[in-house]
Write a protein that binds this ligand. Sequence first.
Ligand code: CP
Ligand code: NVA
Length: 308
Amino acid sequence: MSRHFLNLADAGGDALAAMLNDALERKEARKTWPKGKVDPDTPLSDHVLAMIFEKSSTRTRVSFDIAIRQLGGTSLVMDSGSMQLGRGESIADTAKVLSRMCDAIMIRTDDHAKIEDLAANASVPVINGLTDLSHPCQIVADLLTLIEHGKSLPGLEIAWLGDSNNVLNSIVEAAGLMKLNVRIGSPEGYDPDQRFISQAQAEGANITLYRNAMEAAAGADVIVADTWMSMGQAHADEKIDAMMPFQVNDVIMEQAKPDAVFLHCLPAHRGEEVMPSVIDGPQSLVWDEAENRIHAQKSVLRWAFGQI
Ligand code: CP
Ligand code: NVA
């Protein structure tokens, strides 16, 4: 079986819950092993994952590489600039060729229409390693991190502060699937994508937009931040000025529940979207969150091959 994972909805809530359970179990089973040791059941032995990067990456690149190896497979990592894709070969032709040579394709790109084109022309699973629209693999890792730290997902109050971007879209999508509530604190002019919000609300999630960071953070179980300038966006002083009241600092953390945790997909910009006292402080889970990219991506891969 071959399934594309372009957004969390491609899997749905039940499969997402199953992926999270699988990730928890596989992580627990190998906690004392070296990172390079292959899981004994080698569920994706002999499988080759092709990865295409049209943007920079540390966590996505390394986690998928380690993930496929731990599952018994191998990987091929390519920057689009060194591929014929970077010289104008079509996405459709690239998809057809890679489908003959590899067993799955993970791509990080800009326009989401490109990954849809790739998926439409591929006969192997296509996985979204981030587009301008969404970052579903990140959110599987985020949910895994929250569960690991004792947070029960239904009804969880997640406060997102700052820019309304690809990571937020996937959090909102997860809210609909897992019945989370999202409190978005974002300045005027940087409003979240209404399509994701309407879908999540239709599925029963509370998604609320605040223009005041303190109100957004009030009583939250989780505070989440991300860069104010996503890859591909030009630096703009006026955006920094607009975002500054939504910086996650100690005063913001004090508005949340006493046992609230802080998440950030990384890379972080200390002094912009988050202060060092928060991201490097006791409520921050960012290193577990980063490590969990491996465990989450293994479950995404297994789901894409119909093993979950
Ligand atoms: N969080 C994340 O996707 O990190 P990279 O950009 O390093 O892959
Ligand atoms: N929103 C960020 C996430 C990076 C992992 C970006 O798109 O650059």
